[in-house]
Design a binder for this molecule. Structure first.
Ligand code: ZN
Length: 142
């Protein structure tokens, strides 16, 4: 089988940031890397799960809502994938910063009723916000 593109990145060279992984059929894939790969410090399951709910809700209600194809967590717990239809890097980064800031304004995680989520007890709003704040500082070059 062919090696998929995200596996061809040298993960020893990745530091937290936002990376464009390329475009296929008009859909641009972004790597929202919160953590250094294999660095021993990973997003907790609960924080990552809450980041998924928070960010997906915000980005799908924001200015780019019609361009959002997918947002979801990486299994390695070092970041998330954001797929946007026809949105180039500068705009994607601006939208990501905007969405992360909006996430910090929410005082509950959306979609955490038992009927809405596959593991509704495994959430951590405070942990998610801490990770979002740290990632925002990276994206803003602080
Ligand atoms: Zn869920």
């Amino acid at each position: 089988m062919d090696t998929i593109k995200s596996f061809t990145l040298d993960h020893d060279e990745i530091v937290p940031g936002i990376y464009c992984l390329g475009e296929a059929n008009g859909v641009v894939t972004y790597d929202l890397r919160f953590k250094v790969p294999n660095g021993g410090d990973y997003l907790s399951y609960a924080a990552l799960h809450s980041i998924e709910h928070l960010f997906a809700t915000v980005i799908r209600n924001g200015p780019l809502k019609d361009k959002v194809v997918y947002f979801g967590p990486m299994g390695c717990r070092t970041g998330c994938y954001l797929l946007l239809y026809g949105v180039q890097e500068k705009e994607a980064k601006e939208a990501t910063v905007w969405a992360l800031e909006q996430c910090l304004l929410l005082d509950e995680v959306p979609g955490t009723e038992k009927k809405q989520c596959g593991n509704y007890l495994e959430h951590d709003l405070i942990g998610a916000k801490k990770e979002i704040q740290a990632y925002l500082a990276v994206l803003k070059g602080e």
